[in-house]
Write a protein that binds this ligand. Structure first.
Ligand code: HEC
Ligand code: HEC
Length: 164
């Protein structure tokens, strides 16, 4: 009898251990976790890629997207964001190192916009059309219009305020 109780206790301990080991991994894959990851930074990236818009966190696009963006900076969404080779190389390495590594659709051409990714559409499915069209928002790429702490890389849902 005593032996059985001991075995049960051991089994319970094993179950708890397995849960503890697998749960954080499953959670990291969860879209709901998007806004809570620690922000990474690089001085060159902040000054060059934060000049015209918020410096978009590297974790929001896969490495191939960042490579495509970085190799076309002279024709960047209608702007010239061209850089000297040394800065471009440093920023590309930083973006690649911290890129989104989750499984995503294989596309013929990598996406150049965070706002066109599946996770972005899913996270924002409850944002109404009139909110996107609000002149205070103007563009989906204008993250800071709603994410009040976007400048510091904080996209946590607790700090979202859609302008009225
Ligand atoms: C000269 C101004 C300028 C600079 C500098 C600049 N960008 Fe942009 N970027 C733009 C404009 C304009 C858009 C389009 C914004 C819109 O659609 O509302 C854009 C859009 C983007 C988008 C797509 C946003 C989305 O999801 O719709 C990404 C990603 C991006 N930029 C990355 C970068 C990176 C990386 C750098 C630094 C190497 C950089 N940008 C520097 C002007 C700039
Ligand atoms: C019109 C307002 C608006 C704009 C612009 C906007 N978002 Fe959001 N975002 C939201 C709302 C609303 C949510 C959902 C918050 C919730 O679930 O309570 C959200 C959720 C998110 C989340 C998930 C947060 C979490 O804690 O799970 C991320 C990440 C995110 N947005 C990133 C971005 C990025 C990057 C941009 C710009 C390229 C952007 N958003 C532009 C309103 C906006």
């Amino acid at each position: 009898m005593l032996l059985k109780v001991k075995n049960l206790t051991r089994m319970f301990a094993v179950v708890v251990l397995i849960m503890g080991a697998t749960m954080p991994v499953a959670h990291a894959d969860d879209d709901e976790d998007e806004g809570r990851q620690p922000a990474v930074s690089n001085a060159k990236w902040v000054s060059e890629c934060g000049a015209c818009h918020v410096a978009y966190p590297p974790r929001y696009l896969p490495a191939e997207s960042w490579r495509a963006i970085m190799s076309g900076l002279d024709k960047h969404f209608g702007s010239n964001a061209g850089l000297d080779a040394a800065s471009a190389n440093e920023i590309t390495a930083f973006l690649e190192k911290n890129a989104d590594t989750r499984k995503h659709e294989t596309l013929a051409k990598p996406l150049l916009r965070i706002t066109e990714t599946r996770w972005f559409k899913s996270e924002h499915r409850e944002v109404a059309a009139h909110n996107w069209k609000n002149p205070k928002v103007k563009s989906r790429a204008n993250c800071g219009a709603c994410h009040t702490k976007a400048e510091s890389g904080d996209f946590n849902e607790d700090n979202v305020k859609i302008p009225k």
